[in-house]
Design a protein around this ligand. Structure first.
Ligand code: GAF
Length: 423
């Protein structure tokens, strides 16, 4: 059963009435553009078919009552909390992701009141595939839906033309989106909702993440990657149909999740902010690749690799977009591998499992491979010829077994639809 059906069925069992609606949001793969979002740079994610669904109905007593269906089929209930009492620190664990979104929407004056929520999903957790953002985005759409607000379909954005060009690509995406963070109309844009979800994650949950994951979950469309310029918030849906080119994007969930991932993320982010401050620019986005050598010379040694990664990674996103526009998908491979080398050697956020995955995939013939997400565990991707996918998979499994590492989970990622209403 799909997550939306599971959520609706479980809702009816628990509450003895059907939900008013079911909304769902996907996890994501970031094709390229890692640790660039909080530096106001470029990212290029696409949505996974894996989704988190929220079946919802209003409550008259102002309480937020949430339950989530685990992969084992067991239902976990969060302690009910009054919407009026929500404040950072009040709710912890998985329920904080739900309550944080309600807290932001309450502040925006967009919460109808209390709600019963039943959650079901199949986005792998702890895999760096953005399961928490899928949850937050689905909750945001559900709570807005209960307030009578249905966002416009993300597909509208896919109809914008994507001009053909060769490297270097135009420096910004070609279609525009609002840059304001304040609600400007009764129906908020998907980008505005992404910013609210980021606020709930940063200020309520306490994770200093950027805008990549929420925007991907909300704004991606089927068969496309989303080219996002975080500085201007301009977006472009770039056609990305690997299968039509005889290619697969293989996801390798290493099942590793090292304990320093949160502190490591925060340290990198603070390092980038310090470097921007020393360079006298609002963010590292302002550092052009032509001026990189000069910029590095003005920085203390320990900050240089961080800046080198961010600046070169922004360039790699632009190169990838140009290649996708030109339908040169196989040529993206070496760009992905260069991203991994930069994340491993300059940003220093890879780990044994991610390096084994990337190295084994490349040795078995993958066109390119890299770690994705925050780092220190989670998933890698490999761009492989479809007829070589199985041999690459076998090589990766063997490499993990030889090192006595946990068996990775492997699947092919197909660019899928963003968040929306299911029922
Ligand atoms: C995590 C964060 F949530 C994103 O904002 C982004 O910084 C990513 O790591 C690294 O690119 O997924």
């Amino acid at each position: 059963m799909r997550p939306a059906e599971r959520a609706a069925t479980t809702f009816a069992e628990v509450h003895g009435r059907p939900p008013v609606g079911v909304w769902s949001a996907p996890g994501r793969v970031n094709l390229i553009g890692e640790h660039t979002d909080y530096n106001n740079g470029f990212v290029l994610p696409f949505a996974l078919p894996h989704r988190t669904a929220v079946a919802a109905a209003p409550r008259g007593d102002g309480q937020l009552v949430a339950a989530t269906l685990g992969s084992d089929g067991a239902l976990q209930h969060a302690a009910p909390v009054a919407v009026a009492d929500l404040e950072p620190g009040r709710v912890t664990g998985w329920a904080a992701y739900v309550a944080g979104v309600a807290w932001v929407l309450r502040d925006q004056g967009l919460l109808a009141g209390g709600a019963d929520l039943v959650i079901a999903g199949d986005v792998p957790t702890g895999a760096g595939l953005s399961s928490s953002h899928a949850l937050e985005c689905a909750v945001a759409l559900a709570l807005l839906g209960l307030a009578g607000i249905e966002v416009d379909p993300a597909e509208d954005a896919a109809s914008h033309p994507t001009p053909t060009s060769t490297v270097p690509a135009s420096p910004t995406p070609t279609s525009t989106a609002p840059t304001s963070t304040a609600p400007t109309s009764a129906v908020p844009s998907r980008q505005e909702i992404a910013r609210w979800v980021q606020r709930s994650e940063n200020d309520f949950v306490g994770a200093p993440t950027g805008l990549l994951d929420q925007t991907a979950s909300l704004c991606c469309v089927e068969a496309h990657a989303l080219f996002l310029d975080v500085r201007s918030f301009e977006t472009e849906q770039v056609a990305f149909d690997a299968a039509a080119s005889g290619l697969d994007v293989l996801v390798i969930d290493t099942r590793a999740n090292h304990s320093h991932s949160e502190s490591g993320y925060g340290e990198r982010r603070r390092g980038c902010e310090r470097a921007a401050e020393l360079l006298g620019v609002p963010s590292l986005r302002e550092v052009e690749s032509a001026g990189l050598t000069d910029a590095l010379a003005r920085l203390p040694e320990q900050l240089r690799p961080l800046v080198r990664h961010v600046v070169t990674e922004n360039d790699r996103v632009l190169s990838t977009v140009a290649l996708l526009r030109d339908k040169q998908l196989a040529e993206v491979g070496p760009v992905l591998t260069a991203s991994h080398v930069s994340l491993r050697d300059d940003y220093r956020i890879s780990c044994l499992e991610l390096d084994v995955a990337v190295d084994a995939a490349l040795a078995a013939g993958a066109l390119g491979a890299r770690m994705i997400g925050g780092g220190f565990g989670g998933s890698a991707i490999a761009l492989v010829r479809s007829d070589e996918r199985e041999s690459v998979e076998r090589a990766v499994l063997t490499a993990f077994a030889e090192r006595s590492l946990a068996t990775p989970r492997l699947f092919t990622a197909v660019p899928s639809a963003g968040a929306g209403r299911d029922q």
